[in-house]
Design a protein around this ligand. Structure first.
Ligand code: F6R
Length: 598
């Protein structure tokens, strides 16, 4: 969702902001803007409108020297996407310019109380913040006016603020929405996502809630001060930047999604190296929390929730631990009756999903133990849960999650395996086979592209499977619908005949996933049911149970690990279908990579 970037330093600030906004595009947005100080003429300039960052980049006048700038990509919450609602926003006097991520819940009350006379030019809650700062700056120093404003705000915010009176200062503040300060040799860059810091910062600091940053310049040196909301200085322990430009490029692939699909064998190998090799293992503390729990509660959304379903199956079947899985947005408002000694597991690629954050707040308020499994170690959920496990998928830029999903499943498998009193297989051998089996199907992706062209591009589609394959079907259906916009449902194969089979007609694509021996016969029965009604069937099966007519046959791996393999052809099916339909694959409409509003 919305992204923000700000810079004060010796380099051309607008270049850094435009490059940062481009790197943040993957998060999803509908408008963008930039506000900067034209050094030569000592004036401030704004570009903002509905539309893509590349329009901003194309229209931008690159002649200006500038060293202070802020930029924004907006995903509309208050007010539709248009120029007036795009950020930055300004106070009535034009003294302050601001960009904002998040949602202010009490903006109407604040308007009535303090800003009744201010004519607003947008429908956003952000304009209230910037006018409050202006209002309080009439009697307070700017930093105090900002802190006073923050003390009144209820909701979430990551803010960058410019006071045009002083173009050598940049202010920032955050609560609930992520914000990071990056320090490089030529200046300070502040952004809502570590991606925007890549290439400009050697070290960075993820900010805690209710902190305020003042970046300033003294004798050509740029530095920042960090304080809490009452003005008390906070420690600034910096982390080393461990992402380089190559990690966030396309490496010759046409799309990030294809690159990320093809990276999955390496992700499995990386996870093995981090958690299985040279005596490394999952932390004892986390294993102990699982062992002491009477029940595990997994909380997640979308693709991460599908990984949670697979995790439930693995933990219950391999480790004999009871597990429940919750949709995060439901959990936050309708928490379950919790067993004694629960352990809450939050699964999130981004570590920033607002629905999970609300659930975690509830869990913490009840003093229950929690674990976050995520790809982003500095994320809010990673920092706020008691325990944290990194999935080591590497930056995932395409909005549709692929490699993070398999990494989440692999981590859940490792947990189940380590907890098992009797090991059902050799994890090293089986995970190595998984990486090879993934390579094998990825190498045959041209074949899948042809299959898709011949059979699949229709207006709706079904995935069917049983047991673990059912969870793969849920994930496969989500992937196909989110990037191709084809209506797709994942069904438990036996459930279709209880109503939904009425939708099967001549040529309706039905993709069956069969990896579990005990369910092979039954699922093939369901295939015949839909074939009889005219469905165009594609079968994805494992070599040891395949039928000669199956279209996609995968290398055998242990049944418990099959979800790591069966999902790969479904990702490729989604990708090639969307390619044929000329969809915006890496940035599907209406979607955001990191869903930071509830
Ligand atoms: C789909 C997808 C989403 C996310 C969901 C949760 O491809 O990526 O369904 O899984 O928005 O996001 P995270 O995992 O970041 O909490």
């Amino acid at each position: 969702m919305c992204g923000i970037v700000g810079y004060l330093g010796s380099e051309k600030a607008s270049d850094i902001i435009l490059s940062g906004l481009t790197k943040l595009e993957y998060r999803g947005y509908d408008s963008c803007g930039i506000f900067f100080h034209d050094t030569d003429n000592d004036r401030f300039i704004t570009y903002k409108d509905k539309g893509r960052v590349h329009h901003l980049v194309d229209d931008f006048d690159y002649q200006y020297n500038n060293h202070l700038a802020i930029g924004h990509t907006r995903w509309a919450t208050h007010g539709k996407p248009n120029q007036a609602n795009s950020h930055p926003h300004f106070s009535l006097s034009q003294r302050f310019g601001i960009v904002h991520n998040g949602v202010i819940d009490n903006y109407l009350e604040l308007t009535t109380k303090y800003l009744a006379d201010v004519p607003f030019s947008s429908e956003t809650d952000t304009e209230v913040i910037v006018n409050l700062i202006d209002y309080f700056s009439k009697t307070l120093a700017v930093e105090e006016a900002i802190r006073k404003t923050l003390s009144l705000l209820e909701g979430s915010y990551a803010l960058l603020i410019i006071d045009i009176v002083n173009p050598d200062i940049l202010y920032a503040a955050k609560n609930k929405s992520p914000l990071l300060v990056g320090v490089g040799s030529k200046g300070i860059i502040i952004a809502s996502d570590v991606m925007a810091l890549v290439g400009y910062a050697d070290h960075y600091l993820p900010l805690e809630d209710k902190s305020v940053v003042t970046v300033s310049k003294t004798e050509n040196q740029y530095h920042f001060e960090l304080k809490d909301i009452i003005g008390k200085p906070l420690p600034t322990t910096m982390l080393e930047m461990n992402i380089v430009m190559e990690d966030i490029g396309k490496a010759g692939y046409s799309h990030y999604m294809l690159k990320e699909i093809c990276e999955q064998p390496s992700v499995i190998r990386k996870i093995m190296a981090m958690y299985l090799e040279n005596g490394s293992s999952l932390p004892d503390k986390i294993i102990q929390h699982f062992q002491e729990a009477n029940r595990i509660y997994i909380v997640a959304a979308g693709t991460s929730m599908h990984a949670g379903f697979v995790g439930k199956y693995l933990l219950e079947n391999i480790a004999q631990i009871p597990v429940e899985v919750f949709i995060a947005s439901e959990f936050a408002y309708n928490p379950p009756l919790v067993e004694k000694n629960p352990y809450f597991v939050f699964i999130s690629q981004s570590g920033e999903t607002a629905d999970l954050r609300s659930s975690l707040v509830w869990v913490k308020s009840h003093h229950y133990q929690s674990l976050t499994i995520t790809n982003v170690p500095t994320s809010t959920l990673a920092r706020e849960a008691d325990d944290f496990l990194e999935i080591y998928a590497g930056p995932e830029i395409a909005v549709a999650s692929t490699k993070a999903y398999v990494a989440q499943v692999a981590i859940l498998l490792l947990i189940a395996y380590q907890l098992a009193s009797r090991k059902p297989f050799d994890i090293h051998v089986e995970l190595s086979r998984v990486a090879v089996a993934m390579d094998a199907i990825i190498d045959r992706r041209d074949y899948i592209q042809h299959l898709v062209r011949d059979k699949l591009v229709k207006h709706n589609c079904f995935y069917i499977g049983r047991g673990l394959d059912y969870f793969t079907c849920l994930e496969a259906a989500l992937k196909l619908k989110e990037i191709s916009y084809i209506q797709t449902e994942g069904f438990a194969a036996g459930e279709l005949k209880h109503g939904t089979i009425t939708l099967i007609e001549e040529g309706t694509p039905v993709i069956a996933v069969i990896s579990q021996k005990t369910m092979n016969h039954a699922t093939r029965g369901n295939i015949r049911e839909v074939q009889t009604r005219g469905a165009e069937v594609i079968v994805i099966s494992m070599s040891d149970i395949h039928d000669v007519t199956d279209q996609i046959v995968l290398m055998d791996v242990h049944e418990y690990l099959a979800p790591l393999i069966t999902v790969i052809p479904t990702q490729l099916i989604a990708f090639y279908t969307a390619l044929i339909l000329e969809r915006d694959i890496d940035k599907p409409r209406n979607l955001a990579k990191s869903v930071t509003v509830e």
